[in-house]
Ligand binder design. Structure first.
Ligand SMILES: Cc1cc2nc3c(=O)[nH]c(=O)nc-3n(C[C@H](O)[C@H](O)[C@H](O)COP(=O)(O)OP(=O)(O)OC[C@H]3O[C@@H](n4cnc5c(N)ncnc54)[C@H](O)[C@@H]3O)c2cc1C
Length: 448
């Protein structure tokens, strides 16, 4: 395995599990001195606060099942019932009855006060408009054509854009399965989303989960599990950046060791360097967006009442300056409340089309403070803060991304697999599933 992020660890775990009868050794090469990649947790305000991902979806099985297998079930906590808002001149509760921002009820959207009367009327046209072609595979354009610009900007782009660090006007519809199902299942987005929602089993179970001690614990638990169960067949090499993969008599050579197969569990722009040639060029064409998280501590007496009982807010593209979202971490997670009543918040900056590379850390902190102060109408002091930069963190799934990924996969040399956030989904469950897929593919190809 090349890469000890969640994808590489899930792949190693799966490979060891599904080849448990063999003597084959699985090695994970990780450039950093720790595993986890974008799952990184460190102390802030005396608490274990994530610097990257802070939760995973539990309504799809892959991550939650792996967490159970590695003994983490008891450690998983759910966010509080605090609800998120959208900032558009003021904080608006995110309406109920949305499907990733697409309305299932116009009444709920109207009540939120988020759309203008004109925006609401335009959105209502969805029910009479003819079917919209999705041949261009463009998420933002599909939403705009069905519901108009306000639903796109203030709801769908705000929600989906914050998950993918994206500008959804240049993003693949097929990459967001919920919305692509919606677009292909009927004419009207509103009526189809209502039908799909009615057919979904409603549950009161939490949608997200995270280990109480932070997301890095997930990576550590997978590592401990393979070290414990497969001590003889597993080896971790941290501090080892792989620079080449060489063909060697029907096998692959990495750092002077020979392997039957390789999973490259790296984002596309890094995998490109290892594969080189035409494959490398194709992978290098995948664009990426940088993001940064400014984590700040706000004293209790400075925390505004109107922010109580909220888990944070998103900022729509039309009114963004640098900040795209703010998580009220201490209100989102019951176990992340400092003893002195202060609030920990995580401020996200940057996305595709909103570059942050030119700012140094001090610049990012002042941008974060200015934006959040103006949103909340109070002077936020971010002097007690830390900055985490994630360069090239989010591969942009441009229209027809899935076609390019399938074509690249078909060109890979034998017994080499690509897996991770650049290819078949960016969220942690998708990365786990992709790592496991790659491992099973190698195991079955190797046994033939
Ligand atoms: C700020 C932020 C917030 C996020 N929030 C969420 C969230 O709440 N929920 C969610 O589901 N997802 C979230 N994500 C997305 C998710 O965290 C990532 O998609 C996922 O963790 C990627 O895992 P990975 O293993 O594919 O890649 P990475 O985590 O990037 O791991 C790749 C690893 O490979 C190593 N490496 C790189 N090059 C080499 C080399 N040549 N040789 C050896 N090792 C190498 C790196 O050091 C790294 O450890 C977030 C992402 C970010 C950046």
């Amino acid at each position: 395995m090349i890469g000890g992020g969640i994808t590489g660890l899930a792949a190693a775990h799966e490979l060891l599990t599904c080849t448990s009868d063999s003597d084959d050794v699985v090695v994970v090469y990780e450039g950093d001195d720790r595993v986890g990649g974008k799952l990184r947790t460190s102390q802030f305000a005396g608490l274990d606060v994530d610097e990257g991902a802070d939760a995973f979806l539990t309504r799809v099985p892959h991550a939650v099942d792996l967490a159970r297998v590695v003994g983490l079930s008891e450690e998983l906590v759910a966010p509080t019932s605090a609800r998120a808002a959208i900032w558009h001149r003021r904080l608006h509760e995110i309406p109920n009855d949305l499907m990733l921002g697409v309305p299932t009820s116009m009444l709920a959207v109207a009540r939120s006060g988020l759309l203008s009367p004109l925006g609401l009327s335009r959105a209502a046209l969805d029910v009479v408009l003819p079917k919209t072609s999705i041949r261009d595979d463009n998420l933002g354009r599909w939403v705009q054509r069905r519901f108009g610009r306000e639903v796109h900007d203030r709801l769908v782009d705000a929600l989906v854009g914050s998950i993918y660090g994206a500008d959804t006007i240049n993003f693949s519809l097929a990459a967001v399965p919920q919305l692509s199902t919606l677009a292909t299942s009927g004419r009207s987005g509103l009526r189809t989303s209502r039908k799909l929602k009615a057919n979904t089993t409603q549950t009161t179970a939490a949608i997200f989960g995270a280990p109480r001690t932070g997301m890095e614990t997930f990576a550590q638990a997978i590592l401990s599990d393979v070290e414990h169960r497969y001590s003889v067949r597993f080896r971790l090499c941290t501090g080892t950046t792989v620079t080449s993969i060489d063909a060697d008599g029907g096998q692959w050579r990495i750092n002077d060791e020979q392997f039957d197969g390789v999973v490259i569990a790296l984002p596309a722009h890094l995998a490109a360097r290892l594969l080189g040639g035409s494959l490398g060029q194709q992978l290098d064409e995948f664009e990426c967006a940088d993001v940064a998280i400014v984590t700040a501590r706000i004293p209790q007496d400075e925390w505004p009442d109107r922010c109580q009982s909220r888990s944070g807010y998103l900022v729509p593209k039309s009114v963004q300056r640098a900040v795209t979202a703010v998580s009220f971490t201490s209100q989102k997670w019951a176990h992340l409340q400092p003893d002195d009543g202060s609030q920990v918040i995580r401020i996200s900056l940057g996305r595709d089309g909103l570059p942050i590379g030119e700012f140094d850390n001090a610049g990012l902190v002042s941008l974060a403070a200015e934006d959040v102060s103006s949103h909340l109408g109070i002077a936020i002091d971010c002097s007690s803060s830390r900055v985490t930069r994630w360069k090239d963190a989010f591969t942009q799934y441009r229209p027809h991304h899935h076609v390019k990924v399938a074509s690249i996969a078909a060109q890979l040399p034998p017994m080499i697999e690509l897996a991770g956030s650049s290819y078949r989904g960016i969220g942690i469950p998708a990365c786990v599933a992709d790592g496991q897929r790659a491992a099973r593919h190698l195991a079955s190809a190797g046994s033939r």
